[in-house]
Design a protein around this ligand. Sequence first.
Ligand SMILES: [Fe+2]
Length: 384
Amino acid sequence: MTSESQQSQPSMDLPIIDLDVYLNNPPTSPLVQAECSRAASALITYGALLLHDSRVSEADNDTFLDLLEDYFAQPEEDLKRDERPELSYQIGVTLENTEKPKCAVDEPCLDVIQRLDPSQRPLDISAHSPDPKARFFWRMVELPPYETQFPGLNADNITPDAAHIKERWAPTMNQWGSSMKNAVSKLSEMAALGLGLEADYFSNAGRYGPHLLAPTASDLNKYSSLDTILAGFHTDLNFLTIHGRSRYPGLNIWARNTGSRIPVKIPQGNYLLVQAGKQIEYITGGLIKAGYHEVVVNERTIETIERRKVEFPDRPLVRISSTLFWHLNSDFDLVPVPKLAERADKVREEQARLGRDEGEPARYPPTKVGYQVQDELKHIALMA
Ligand SMILES: [Fe+2]
């Protein structure tokens, strides 16, 4: 593991935030206040945190990973039936080599890479596009009680047809998806409190959001040589992304205030990883920045492949990432909260004083969440 430990830099270990503290104590208790501040600080400093939630069951994640391995091990003709390009792939399957990492085509993003120390840069994405990863989108949505301006982002779910998958699909997706959705929605309350907002500020704004359970799959029979990019350097377009443990290492994240590459290790048990997306960056005026990340084949990925070949010779060799994109409501007016935008300016000044160049300040003109999403989808080649 590469480590650039300079003294002024925060630790390379992601903070662990305990959701149990929030769930089991009154919101006014000092214990809760302190944990919520830690959650907000973690998002500001790292753009990510590890979340402990006793309600989440590792067995549900395992059942989910087994199902998705079986699904993506099917022949491509079968998977193709679940594709919906006319809906910008926002439901059903996206096959490998469709989605481009935004960074490969985006100037500000290349600028971010330039400003990283060469030893901490992601694998070179300039010659790489699109990503050799497949994905399934399963909506985890509560229908809005009002007419939405963005119905296309709220289409019906698709259940795969294969006999060995069909019956267990919806229950498994919904069980694990709900666990992650509840966890991240509650964490949004902790973050709101920690930022000095009402607890339900974000959770209300996201109640009818087009949340997506979005497992990605990489075929490790084809893509297993060292330094293969499975998902190129990028940020997520939604509010917060939550991940369960993957069976294969390979996810790297970049902490905003360190510029260091951090290989993610989610502890065994009731732990999840949460990362900031573009919508939380927008609403906080850049106080919290969307976190950059990549998924690559590293030495530890290869060791795990070799070990699983021996331990589970009959299982498909597919790396599944257990991911849920938590969104704000499509019709929500997206605009920075003024007091957070002011704090964002102070953090930028402080960073500049410490010699950390954050590049040109991003601008966050008022828009609707639905337009912001459409705009981002055009960048990654999913929408014409
Ligand atoms: Fe991502």
